[in-house]
Design a protein around this ligand. Sequence first.
Ligand code: SAM
Ligand code: SF4
Length: 337
Amino acid sequence: MTNQAPQRPLVDSFGRHVTYLRVSVTDRCDFRCTYCMGEDMVFLPKSEVLSFEEIQAVIGAFVSRGVRKVRLTGGEPLVRRDIIKLIEALSDRHLARGELDELTLTTNGSQLALHAGRLAELGIRRVNVSLDTLDGDKFRAITRRGRLPQVLDGIYAARDAGLAVKLNMVAIKNVNEEEIVPMLEWAHSEGFELTLIEEMPLGDVSFDRADTHLSLRTVRDRLAERFTLTPIAKRTGGPARYMRIEQTGGTIGFITPLSHNFCESCNRVRLTCTGQLYMCLGQEDRVDLRAALRDGGREGLDAALDRAMILKPKGHDFVIERRSAPAVGRHMSVTGG
Ligand SMILES: C[S@@+](CC[C@H](N)C(=O)[O-])C[C@H]1O[C@@H](n2cnc3c(N)ncnc32)[C@H](O)[C@@H]1O
Ligand code: SF4
């Protein structure tokens, strides 16, 4: 199969086609970013995590139902033991045969220097790397344990290996909002794209998110006072909307789940590392694909995917107000970012 239409495409009850699967390969991480996790996060026992064979079976079912893009995420995908073996198998089975347009990953970059060359050999063309600041002390404070030079080494290794690098920066009020312009100028001077993300109310954290939430509408207005921003039609299959900065020649993406959501064009679902399929980052509806696979094999999976399409909600309803509860109890690292 290459680009032929699938026999049973995944279409939800609002007519949206699901063509993009995000797969969390682990809930574990070597960082503890303040907006993502608590300091004392408890991770799942390894016995509860899907095996590589199970992940491949689930991805195979999605691909045959029309998914064209798979993003591996977590937790930190590159800390899962032998992750390259999984990527080798997926590359061999789906990329090499033209069944997938893209296999990619989102990473914190800490292990990227080790793996960038092999990832490029396996047909990965681009990676998203999360980077919220270029200040080493602040980086430490945000990630609680990361080292900025290690991440920068990873980013440069990815570029040297020929991977396109997109930097993801969560815009955090009073923490990194003054660094958006320097980050933009640095990223574009190095040939990296930058995408800004609004903080989402996912899981309990050690602060009130109302203190850190920064609307990207405000950020874009501020950027427009300094730069010429031209909207561009570029789409990467994800939720970002892009603009070109005429002065740097680079692009900037905005992911605005709070100030302007794009749920009506959502084409994504998310698989957790235990095999739960969430049809929306901000809702509780889920289908247990591990049970479906174990009990019913491929047929069981197909039936579960049909159920998932009926359950995919219209959208999330994120709000961040003082002392408001999270939209869902799951941290981003559980559902997979
Ligand atoms: C959960 S991480 C997983 C992949 C990898 N560990 C990383 O950091 O890139 C994926 C993305 O989610 C973002 N993220 C985590 N928690 C978030 C939140 N509450 N709101 C918005 N973005 C969040 C991170 O900044 C990162 O860009
Ligand atoms: S954002 Fe990524 S790197 Fe940071 S704690 Fe969450 S999973 Fe780990």
